[in-house]
Unconditional design. Sequence first.
Length: 114
Amino acid sequence: MTVKELKLLRKRIISTISELQESDIYLEEATQPIAPSVALGRLTRMEAIGEKSVNEARHIKVKQRLEGLGNALQRMDDGSYGSCIRCGNQIPFGRLSAVPESLICVPCAEKKRR
């Protein structure tokens, strides 16, 4: 991977982290417990509880992605970014561009699915 590609990926990761942190703030608020005293109709309350569950799942995914992107920045700093943790081969720029927190290359990911 070239220095230019690495800089581009670092910039994307930092930008994505910033966007996810904004989402995280919203999801933190959206996953607060719904007080029983809230005056909602039965169906509206059920919808609110369902929406809260969806937001909780999204919140977990955002937290996981933030952790993965943070780890990617650490790997960039220590020089191990872009190397597959299974086989040691270089992960293609296209894969890292699509999923910058990737730890494994496509062939190893396909083996994992089997």
